[in-house]
Design a protein around this ligand. Sequence first.
Ligand code: AMP
Length: 114
Amino acid sequence: MASDPDCIFCKIVAGDIPATKVYEDAHAVAFADTNPQAPTHVLVVPREHYTDVADLARDPDAAAGLLAGIRGFAAQEGLTDFRTVFNTGAGVGQSVFHTHAHLLAGRPMGWPPG
Ligand code: AMP
């Protein structure tokens, strides 16, 4: 399984550094964001290392696995209204280069985002 020894999210997936994991399946792991922007704010990540969502999309099975993980977490929590955000590139604020969906819920959210 592809992993980057220098990647903090790979280390969280492997259990080598602590995180508040809230969901796991064969392809994806979700854990609480340490700087939450909503009452529910988790990061859903593929178990394997891809740098961003464009990189992940090169592997359709892995991309489908991550989407299934998003659905799985939402179903587990009974969430019907939630937002997912993939920051792609430092220019829009991506700071961790292991694909992750921010899943946010539990407060009103305007559109377009600020
Ligand atoms: P992004 O800016 O889209 O790359 O998002 C990275 C997110 O990871 C930020 O919202 C951080 O708060 C979050 N984060 C960074 N390190 C950790 C960690 N060790 N555990 C949980 N969340 C983290």
